[in-house]
Design a protein around this ligand. Sequence first.
Ligand code: AMP
Ligand code: GLY
Length: 427
Amino acid sequence: MNVLIVGSGGREHVLAWRVASSPRVKQVFVARGNAGTATEGNDIENVDIDELDFPALIKFAKQNGVGLTVVGPEVPLCAGIVDAFEAAGLRIFGPNRVAAQLEGSKAFCKDILHRGDIPTATYNVFNDSHEAIRFLQNRDIPFVIKADGLAAGKGVFVCDGNEEAIEAVRSVKNMGNAGNRIVIEERLDGEEVSILAITDGTTILTLQPAQDHKTAHDNDKGPNTGGMGAYSPVPLVDKEMLQWIEERILVPTVHTMNSNNTPFKGVLYAGLMITKHGPKVLEYNVRFGDPECQPLLMRLKTDIVEIFEATIDGKLDQINLPEWDERSAVCVVMASKGYPNYYTKGEEIRGLADAATLPDTKVFHAGTILDQNNRVLTNGGRVLGVTGLGNTIPEAKLAAYTAVQKIRWDGAWCRKDISDKAAGIPR
Ligand code: AMP
Ligand code: GLY
């Protein structure tokens, strides 16, 4: 079978690499992919079609014997790529357009959480910014202001008091469609973790916990980014807590999506805050996390294609529980100068061949491109996800940073503390 992966980041590189290792798969196509997927091997090939050009993707899938399509990013999911492929009689892994609202509309997500009695921050939804400002005027407490729609990670403002919150409402209002509705939430404190599960709408297969690092600088300082590194497993989330999260969060979410007539199939990614009153949902994403996908899939031993197919067929209950590498994985994101603000592109990346010789490490590409001379150039803010395995989290961290040291380009930088939060907590 041939498989099409839609997307071009680090998540899609690791997905292509894992899918290509399946004995069921002959050829993997990535639209559009990056320099990493272009150079991975003969069984992975980039296709120059935009992730939102559904007719061209469908035509390509039909002409190239694609038996399974896997969608990486949220934008095509929220735009209905699954509906379009299914209408064309093609097999595709992911939620349809209405179910993808769980990520595409914060108000929709909060409504599902509320109806399922699922722990989350208290909230109010406003259709009008003046009303939102009136609500804030006599409440000088920490709030989080969110644009309802997709905003590429820029629609959330964590505020200390009402002056800052009112300013945030004004910013959200100026965001266009995404800011048409505004969600105001209680601000929660605690440690953030990502719990990803795969569901066919009936059975839930929970993956191992992972932790992202959202801010640009060490010790969780600086502006928010798409994620500067991740590791798995997470010592903070023990077996008992994971079971609680399944029972009190994942199961009622899947159930409420069913009773809402928006059944969910695909990756259910719960962004959680582990508060002193227990885990609470900050948000849902409807796809694999990037960079969480890199350490997770480095550790997954089960054939992921079997999981994707069982999900599409509604037969997740018929496959074995996933098997995991007992070792830990740490992924360090190397970024371009200036990211997450304006950044430079087109720098030549050196040392990749050297890094590739190291054991137990794998360099996943994100914002990279090949030039005519087959040189690898930077082409985005987050450039590489350098991922290491080790018997402990510190050993995995050492493996990842040893590879990072071999790679260089003008302006390259990374956080130095990825996974440190886990250190000192026994597994
Ligand atoms: P979201 O896109 O909803 O996950 O928000 C992005 C980031 O904002 C999260 O990863 C958190 O760091 C932060 N955040 C969102 N909601 C809250 C909340 N209710 N309390 C504290 N921080 C939050
Ligand atoms: N790592 C956060 C995200 O994928 O949204």
